[in-house]
Design a protein around this ligand. Structure first.
Ligand code: C2E
Ligand code: MG
Ligand code: MG
Ligand code: MG
Length: 299
């Protein structure tokens, strides 16, 4: 295979040599075709937002939801966001895409409020490029105004790693976003390298414990100690704390015992299409049926 492969070695830095093989050539082609199809999907609205509830354990209700992008490719089927978001980032498509997501999420939350469901916070993910876009606060302000959604019910999820680079600029951008009245949460918390000092200074409202720590929270002493420490840290800074990736009642019960504020994960619900999410809102017993920990007699 080595002689059929096309090698183009490129000197990068000192001794960092990059090889392009036929495999990589193929994956580049695939990437290009995904980019082309994604461009089309954005234009023809071939994308859909799913919504995953975040459950408030103390109040016993859905506190909010996270909008998660879904793309059903006409030939290749579902392509996960972990594949197409990075491609969108590199190609600049993230800007029209991100704009569509912000707008769609605001429209949907406002629509649910107008129907009369209890008000909930709608969270949208921001990729690193979106977060660095200088006119983001103005764009978001415009969308909130146009859709009529009160910023109080809107939240941005920004990953810990994108917050920890260029911390001066980060601080300025966070302040501008915060001035709109929206909530800001740190996504995938624990996977980056947060300086506790910044955590204290940044105008943020919430941390989301990354699901890699939640996975083995029951089996691994280390992970449960990390989760416990993050909850304590968040509380001491007056931040709301959310656990993502909660799949079992054992994980839920650990987090409940340690007063984690909100829980998100397959245990309560997978991300759902809008119509299905709405049926959760209509089902008043949904929470108590799933929440076997506090209401064991009802299970
Ligand atoms: P994230 O923001 O950390 O989202 C959480 C991911 O965990 C979602 O994957 C969700 O479906 C998944 N998840 C939720 N509960 C569970 C669980 O109990 N177990 C397991 N194993 N997974 C669970 P998804 O939807 O594939 O999204 C992956 C990532 O793609 C997101 O990570 C986010 O960074 C990015 N993403 C998704 N939608 C958007 C978007 O509209 N814009 C941007 N910029 N990024 C997005
Ligand atoms: Mg997120
Ligand atoms: Mg996350
Ligand atoms: Mg994550």
């Amino acid at each position: 295979a080595a002689d059929t492969a096309m090698y183009h070695a490129k000197k990068k830095g000192n001794d960092n040599i990059q090889f392009y093989t036929e495999d990589m050539h193929e994956s580049n082609l695939r990437r290009l075709s995904i980019e082309k199809d994604l461009r089309q999907a954005i234009e023809n609205v071939g994308l859909e937002l799913y919504y995953q509830p975040k459950v408030d354990l103390r109040r016993g209700c859905i506190a909010g939801m996270e909008a998660l992008l879904r793309w059903k490719h006409p030939v290749q089927g579902n392509i996960p966001p972990t594949v197409f978001i990075p491609i969108a980032e590199e190609s600049g498509l993230i800007h029209p895409l991100g704009e569509w997501v912000l707008q769609q999420a605001c429209i949907q939350n406002k629509a649910w409020q107008d129907v009369g469901y209890p008000k909930m916070r709608m969270a949208v993910n921001l990729s690193p490029h979106q977060f660095r876009q200088q006119d983001l606060p103005e764009r978001l302000a415009h969308i909130l105004r146009e859709t009529g959604l009160d910023p109080e019910w809107f939240e941005l999820e920004i990953t810990e790693s994108s917050l920890m680079e260029k911390t001066e600029e980060t601080m300025v951008m966070l302040r501008r976003l915060k001035a709109l009245g929206v909530h800001i949460s740190i996504d995938d918390f624990g996977t980056g390298y947060s300086s506790l000092n910044y955590l204290k200074q940044f105008p943020i409202d919430c941390v989301k414990i990354d699901k890699t720590f939640i996975n083995d929270i029951v089996e691994s002493q280390k992970d449960s100690k990390i989760a416990y420490a993050i909850i304590g840290l968040a509380k001491s800074l007056d931040l709301r704390v959310v656990a993502e990736g909660v799949e079992s009642v054992e994980q839920l019960s650990f987090l409940d015992k340690h007063h984690c504020d909100e829980i998100q994960g397959y245990y309560f619900s997978r991300p759902l299409p809008a119509a299905v999410f709405e049926s959760l809102l209509q089902d008043r017993l949904w929470f108590s049926r799933r929440y076997a920990v506090k209401f064991p007699e009802k299970e």
